[in-house]
Write a protein that binds this ligand. Structure first.
Ligand SMILES: [Fe+2]
Length: 181
């Protein structure tokens, strides 16, 4: 690889695969969500992600290029993290909290990826691509904000520290002083 154009196409292809993978992943995460508002938000973002795929396809068209077969390993890893956590049979509220965090990690990845793509597109004067990518970026930023809002509202039901208040004796023997001795 030698040119900015090749790098741009590589990064663009990566994001196309990422968004396609996320369409399926968001459907699964919405199905697993217990909080109805979170479920609605994930379903809405799934529909939005389908549009983002179309915009990326339009970017390829505007450049008269074809996407190659490739895999976005970053997003694949984040999706797999979610799946292995969900398989561990977490409590409903804990899975919701995890989902919100997982969504924010994905959005952070995408925001940075789109910012990089926009920078390259600008430098090369691909104005149509800049516009399309900016639309995707705006949506990812809005989704990140929305998920940040959920992270403040949806909390784990049990903090898991009750025994330390009630059972002084056993917790003391298992406590820091015990380990230090
Ligand atoms: Fe996206």
């Amino acid at each position: 690889m030698q040119t900015a154009h090749e790098l741009f196409l590589h990064e663009l292809t990566d994001m196309l695969d990422a968004e396609r993978k996320l369409v399926d992943a968001l459907g699964e995460q919405a199905e697993n969500a217990s909080n109805p508002q979170l479920q609605k938000a994930l379903t809405a973002h799934q529909a939005q992600t389908e549009k983002q795929v179309q915009r990326l396809e339009q970017v390829f068209e505007s450049l008269e290029e074809q996407p190659e077969e490739t895999e976005c390993k970053g997003i694949k890893g984040l999706i797999e993290e979610y799946q292995s956590f969900a398989e561990e049979d977490p409590a409903e509220d804990i899975l919701d909290v995890f989902s919100i965090g997982a969504a924010m990690k994905v959005e952070a990845y995408e925001i940075n990826a789109y910012e990089g793509l926009i920078r390259l597109a600008r430098e090369m004067g691909h104005n149509k691509a800049v516009k399309l990518l900016q639309q995707n970026l705006k949506e990812e930023q809005a989704t990140w904000k929305k998920m940040e809002g959920f992270s403040k509202k949806i909390k784990p039901e049990q903090m898991g520290m009750e025994e330390e208040e009630g059972e002084e004796e056993p917790s003391r023997s298992r406590g820091r002083s015990g380990r230090a001795a």
